[in-house]
Design a protein around this ligand. Sequence first.
Ligand SMILES: O=C([C@H](O)CO)[C@H](O)[C@H](O)COP(=O)(O)O
Length: 210
Amino acid sequence: MKLQLALDLVNIPEGIALVKEVESYVDIVEIGTPIVINEGLHAVKAMKDAFPHLEVLADLKIMDAGGYEIMKAAEAGADLVTVLGVSNDMTIKGAVEEAKKQNKKILVDMINVADLEKRAREVDALGVDYICVHTGYDQQAVGENPFEDLLTIKRAVTNAKTAVAGGIKLETLPEVIKAAPDLVIVGGGITGAEDKAAVASEIQRLIKQG
Ligand SMILES: O=C([C@H](O)CO)[C@H](O)[C@H](O)COP(=O)(O)O
């Protein structure tokens, strides 16, 4: 099980300063969609240049032009890139093909997918690296969480690795770990903590002990 730190509501210098505090506890740093909107793919390059030993995920939430957008993220230094599960199969196929050429990984974000089990099987057959259940900010605001969805994809997916995101905190982590995803994504649960290093270290400890 790996830990991904999601950076969303910071600029590039704030993001780099934050990662410095927790770098020994995380495996992947996510440049979140709000950062990409504010700063562009320069943010991915800046993070990879600052922390070459960490994997960097560009949360582009690709919906079209899969091959082209993966190519641009790869040029910026991204190791993993997100594509939406609600996209057309052609978009996901294009993304997978380009990612293979560039030796990069695709994480499919299943946010807002209506029939999760069916779509997870379909996406799994397209050769993606990760399938991720995700309760977005707007759904978190009305009390939703991704725990049940994680169990659903664990049943459906046989080839890809599984991932989970959406409001995960130290207190809710044990429920996530029970379902044994391959990747746990935590944003506000670390970035919003008073002592970020202490929380990240404890999350890493729980994840490693499984
Ligand atoms: O992907 C995310 C969200 O859609 C904003 O872009 C977040 O990175 C993801 O939800 C993880 O962050 P937390 O929910 O704060 O843990």
